[in-house]
Design a protein around this ligand. Structure first.
Ligand SMILES: [Ca+2]
Ligand SMILES: [Ca+2]
Length: 226
């Protein structure tokens, strides 16, 4: 009788534990977000998941020299081409995805800079472009968005180095700031290309989120894995 009771309790306990474990919604093998977030409202892509040749990017994992703690899947890419201040688009990395629904999606990168003593607005940017069947959902034209545009850390020189911060600021013309918002079409395939700009800039993951579901402040909190 006692054995049966213990068995019964164990079953109840395991059901409870598995119910708790599904409280988070998995967006990749190793990363989960709160289950209140609907899968169709967000696209999550690990920077390290590209099939492109890394060229001047290096894969950094937990335990490696210079690893910045808190990276999703304990892995990210650091750019070691060009100069710490700037450079031309270098070592393009492609990321294929399918739009989960029709809507306006904003792109953000989880990123970090490693200054090694240089000025705090160095090592903090890359280039982004998009190809596929989409439209612009901000003041950029689609033609603009199909070409490399500089993306830099939000807060520019104010962000702390060796820590993770969002990069979602677009700078096509000097000191004219914008963001990357695309009108996506459900089921259409698109390709994001990230290229290196300044040396020692790291990218952990890419997020595209539906701007009608989340405002920017909410999105920055919700999609921060660290
Ligand atoms: Ca810079
Ligand atoms: Ca990562």
């Amino acid at each position: 009788m006692l054995k049966q009771k213990i068995l019964f309790l164990c079953i109840i306990l395991s059901i409870f534990i598995s119910a708790c474990a599904t409280q988070n919604y998995k967006i990749s093998n190793k990363v989960s977000l709160k289950n209140s977030i609907l899968k169709k409202d967000v696209v999550f892509i690990e920077a390290e998941s590209t099939n492109s040749k890394l060229q001047k990017w290096i894969l950094v994992k937990k335990g490696n020299k210079n690893y910045v703690k808190g990276a999703s899947s304990n892995t990210y890419l650091e750019f070691l081409g060009n100069k710490p201040i700037t450079g031309k688009a270098n070592s393009p990395l492609e990321y294929h995805f399918t739009a989960p629904k029709s809507g306006n999606f904003k792109l953000m990168l989880m990123s970090s800079k490693r200054l090694e003593g240089v000025k705090s607005d160095w090592c903090n940017d890359a280039f982004v472009k998009l190809s596929g069947d989409f439209e612009s959902a901000n003041t950029f034209t689609k033609e603009d968005l199909k070409k490399d545009i500089k993306i830099l850390q939000d807060g520019n020189d104010e962000t702390e180095e060796l820590a993770w911060h969002w990069a979602s600021t677009a700078e096509k013309d000097r000191h004219v700031y914008n963001d990357f918002v695309y009108q996506l079409k459900k089921g259409e395939k698109c390709v994001i290309t990230l290229s290196g700009r300044s040396m020692r800039f790291s990218i952990d993951y890419i997020i595209l989120y539906d701007v009608n579901e989340y405002n920017n402040k909410e999105a920055k909190e919700l999609f921060k894995i660290q």
